[in-house]
Write a protein that binds this ligand. Structure first.
Ligand SMILES: Cc1cc2nc3c(=O)[nH]c(=O)nc-3n(C[C@H](O)[C@H](O)[C@H](O)COP(=O)(O)OP(=O)(O)OC[C@H]3O[C@@H](n4cnc5c(N)ncnc54)[C@H](O)[C@@H]3O)c2cc1C
Length: 395
């Protein structure tokens, strides 16, 4: 039986570990945290992410927890439309999912062929020619035919195999929260919960997770919001961060003020937005009879402006699973590199264009941006949506 070690039990690691186990691999999943615990926020899955999850055999589980996300357009802080909402065909509509629900679905997909070891921090990787790949935590060495590095943005495995890829700040910070329905504000009938507002260096996006009072949709329903602001994360406690957010977004269109007022400081998740620059020179490293691959944020951490990080992690997992079924191990590792690097590079390019638009500051630049946004943003979003919709798992 072929064996794999997957480093990191985030979205990427859980999905690939389950996929390999379901294909008959013996899998050891190593996680440095004491418990596998997702953030109490949500994630938007574009059609490519949904398709990848279906290819991984997790489509039925997803349907039970996902809420469709219709296009809500983009407004300016003064309420004017930058981009009018447009109807989206059902098969191209993204969905929003609570991360805790998604983790439950991924954990259920592990079955009983994955040995999950928590509290194990991988500190070394062995990738010398002629030897079996292995990782170590300073106390033990764990060998396998395949090592999958799904250890996130600060991946130790990537640091050793592709040291040229460095983690840099994208110059902004993000705050997210899910307000459970029982605490969610009652909004006027003409005020939709979901929407996107774009200002000078600031952006606010909200979406409904299931429906108030309904048992359908997300089992952990509520209102999800994410705010991004140019600058560094705040060192103050969450109460002060919330007060700052209320100040920054004061006067922005409803329901932003109501959502910030209804957010409990304990719900708030703050994060510095970081990315890999440059991307690693390779995603697959044949080693002896096997190999090492990079997957998810370990391979292509990017700002969340197009909401594609988790979707690409699922694409990585679905692609790897198919290639490993079809080819010999070292060939599959090389094919994974050939297929996934251009794909990730293209999404990262689009994300960087979006970063430039989002981070425009200064009155003149802003006016030029707002003028351009009416044509640029739909074009950019169209390209991103089209490329997202087009992705198919390898046959
Ligand atoms: C504000 C924000 C909003 C976002 N919104 C979206 C969205 O709407 N849609 C979307 O598709 N993406 C979104 N993303 C991106 C998405 O969250 C990430 O791309 C995704 O979570 C990456 O998953 P991962 O499993 O690769 O990495 P991670 O989730 O970082 O998991 C890595 C795991 O590895 C473990 N680990 C790390 N080092 C070691 C080690 N040395 N040994 C053992 N274990 C280790 C960690 O503890 C962790 O559990 C967003 C990101 C941000 C910041």
């Amino acid at each position: 039986m072929r064996s794999a070690v997957v480093v990191g039990a985030g979205i990427g690691g859980l999905s690939v570990a389950g996929a390999l186990a379901r294909s008959g691999w013996r899998v050891t999943l190593l996680e440095r945290a004491d418990r596998v615990r997702p953030e109490p926020t949500a994630v938007v899955l574009w059609p490519n992410g949904v398709r990848a999850l279906r290819a991984l055999g997790l489509g039925a589980g997803l349907e039970a927890i996902a809420t469709p996300l219709p296009d809500t357009g983009v407004r300016r802080p003064d309420g004017q439309w930058l981009v009018q909402p447009r109807p989206i065909p059902a098969d191209r509509m993204p969905v929003v999912v609570h991360r805790e629900d998604l983790h439950d679905a991924l954990i259920a997909g592990l079955g009983d062929r994955v040995e999950l070891r928590t509290g194990v921090t991988v500190r070394s990787v062995r990738a010398e020619p002629g030897e079996r790949p292995a990782v170590g935590d300073g106390r033990q060495i764990i060998e396998a035919d395949l090592v999958v590095a799904a250890d996130g943005t600060d991946s130790e495995v990537r640091r050793r195999l592709a040291p040229e890829a460095t983690v840099v700040s994208s110059g902004s910070a993000a705050w997210r929260a899910v307000i459970p329905w029982y605490r969610a504000p009652r909004l006027p009938a003409d005020q939709p919960i979901g929407g996107e507002v774009l200002g000078a260096g600031y952006r606010f996006v909200s979406a409904s997770l299931g429906e108030r009072g309904s048992s359908g949709g997300s089992s952990r329903g509520g209102i999800y919001w994410v705010a991004t602001a140019a600058g560094a994360p705040r060192p103050e406690p969450p109460e002060t961060q919330l007060a700052l957010l209320r100040r920054w977004y004061a006067g922005w269109p409803g329901p932003i003020g109501d959502l910030l007022d209804a957010t409990d400081p304990a719900d708030l998740v703050q994060q510095e937005v970081r990315e890999l620059r440059p991307l690693p020179r390779a995603y697959g490293f044949p080693v002896g009879p096997g190999g090492v691959v990079l997957l998810g944020d370990a391979a292509h951490a990017m700002p969340p402006h197009l909401g594609q990080g988790a979707c690409l992690a699922f694409e990585d997992a679905a692609t790897l699973a198919v290639l490993l079924r079809e080819s010999r191990l070292p060939d599959a590792v090389q094919a994974y590199d050939r297929v996934r690097r251009p794909r990730a590079a293209s999404v990262v390019r689009q994300t960087r264009r979006m970063s430039a638009v989002l981070q425009t500051r200064g009155r003149l630049a802003l006016r030029a941006r707002d003028a351009a946004l009416g044509t640029l943003t739909p074009r950019l979003l169209n390209t991103a949506a089209a490329s997202a919709a087009q992705w198919r798992p390898p046959a």
